[in-house]
Design a binder for this molecule. Structure first.
Ligand SMILES: *Cc1c(COP(=O)(O)O)cnc(C)c1O
Length: 434
């Protein structure tokens, strides 16, 4: 009985054969207001650290020490997508540019940095070195660096979480060890080593790398393990993005209401990032926001966890998939225990996309808008072009008949730190496929 699961046979056959597919969430519940205290506390903690971040990471000065990205219209990409995939996208296509987030160049700058800062604050407070009303820029002083150097942080990652935790942790003074899974890109490891982070390379997948990180910390009370499969702090750090987006939309006069649905497309690995963002968005926009997750055809772990209801107790290997993909950020075989349970009833659905289409869209976006993203970050871009998604939205009373007033917000999750010679290879590869 342990390994039994029930899935629609057509869906299962699509998944097993690596065909792109779509799962409409049959467990979607009517929206009811969410408890949000932790998310608000996360936002407040990040504000307390703004003066510190401004001091230590000059690239955050223009946003006053707040780690945030812009939203942008994609009129040319909307046309390119329609032309290439032969569909019509009613409404307006926009990009949430987390590729440009300072410090880590990816969505991991939200959750990862929040969790590291939270650890630092609680240690400093416990040792009476700081009060919440102080100016936190003092944490850049040698006294604090010496203090934090008695503690270590460990994390397992396919690359980007390590970049975020490693960069932030090392800057504060922590001894950081990152356990990298087999798909982690060389340039990410090189960059971390330059920052004084200990990089341990594993020839196995993400779940294994996480286990190794966990093991390292179990017997050491001065070691903090950042658990990408289960961390509420990471999750809430991602959720803060929704509070910020609400302000950005207000400022730009962008409406989200009964007549103007917001449809959001999020690349999904273990699920914490897109899950946290979904949680925050539901809190802010309620029934007017519709969230979709996107996964590579060989790593549809969240689709599998949600559709079978087995969450972390099923992996893509259980249905014979390899979990091999070029999209290192999404190469995860087993979903987060936390994320699926937190947002399983809020998500509209999950779709899968081939690596080939990700590279094609990478090139289309570069050619049409001159924006460059890492391959993982294009997964969201496929959703607005998918007829199954549009049909599903048309069938729902909250969005039916109003898609031409909708905003399709594609969440770009990474890209700014990719070395330019690698980005050129990605673009060429995509262009050759078009
Ligand atoms: C980590 C990551 C994601 C997905 O976040 P999860 O929390 O793993 O689901 C998406 N895109 C990029 C570029 C990432 O690094």
């Amino acid at each position: 009985m342990e390994n039994t699961y029930h899935l629609d046979p057509v869906l299962l056959s699509d998944l097993k054969s690596g065909r792109e597919t779509y799962w409409a969430n049959d467990k979607l519940k009517p929206f009811s207001p969410l408890e949000s205290q932790e998310m608000i506390e996360a936002e407040q903690l990040l504000s307390r650290f703004a003066s510190y971040l401004k001091e230590v990471f000059p690239e955050t000065r223009k946003t006053n020490g707040i780690i945030e990205s812009s939203v942008q219209n994609l009129p040319n990409m909307q046309i390119s997508l329609q032309d290439y995939y032969g569909t019509t996208i009613p409404g307006k296509l926009m990009l949430k540019c987390d590729n440009e987030l300072p410090i880590a160049g990816s969505i991991k700058a939200r959750g990862g940095i929040y969790e590291v800062l939270k650890i630092a604050e609680s240690l400093a407070m416990k040792h009476n070195m700081i009060r919440k009303t102080d100016d936190y820029s003092v944490m850049a002083d040698k006294k604090f660096i010496d203090f934090f150097s008695q503690f270590s942080i460990a994390v397992g990652s396919t690359g980007n979480l390590a970049l975020s935790i490693g960069t932030m942790g090392a800057a504060l003074g922590f001894k950081v060890t990152v356990h990298m899974s087999r798909e982690a890109k060389q340039w990410k490891k090189d960059l971390l080593r330059k920052k004084g982070v200990l990089v341990v390379e594993h020839e196995k997948d993400f779940s294994y790398a996480v286990e190794e990180g966990r093991k390292q910390c179990t017997s050491n009370p001065n070691c903090f393990f950042i658990d990408d499969e289960n961390s509420k702090d990471l999750f809430m750090g991602y959720a803060v993005s929704a509070l910020r987006l609400q302000k950005q939309f207000e400022k730009e006069g962008i409406k989200v209401d009964q007549e103007h649905p917001l449809i959001v497309y999020l690349p999904c690995g273990v699920g914490g990032g897109p899950g946290g963002v979904t949680y925050g968005l539901k809190h802010v926009f309620g029934e007017h926001v519709h969230c979709y997750l996107a996964e590579p055809v060989n790593s549809p772990c969240m689709l599998l966890g949600l559709s079978t209801g087995r969450h972390e107790n099923i992996s893509v290997g259980d249905i014979g998939l390899s979990n091999q993909t070029e999209t290192d950020g999404l190469a995860v075989g087993r979903p987060s225990a936390l994320a699926g349970k937190m947002v399983g009833e809020f998500l509209n659905g999950v779709y899968t996309v081939s690596d080939e289409n990700l590279f094609k869209m990478l090139a289309l976006l570069h050619d049409s808008e001159n924006i460059t993203l890492e391959p993982s970050a294009l997964a969201g871009m496929y959703g607005p072009a998918l007829p199954q998604v549009q049909n599903h939205l048309e069938s729902m009373p909250e969005s039916s008949g109003r898609l031409n007033q909708a905003i399709h917000l594609v969440w770009a999750t990474g890209g700014n730190l990719v070395p330019s010679f690698i980005m050129k290879e990605y673009i060429t590869r995509g262009e050759n496929l078009l």
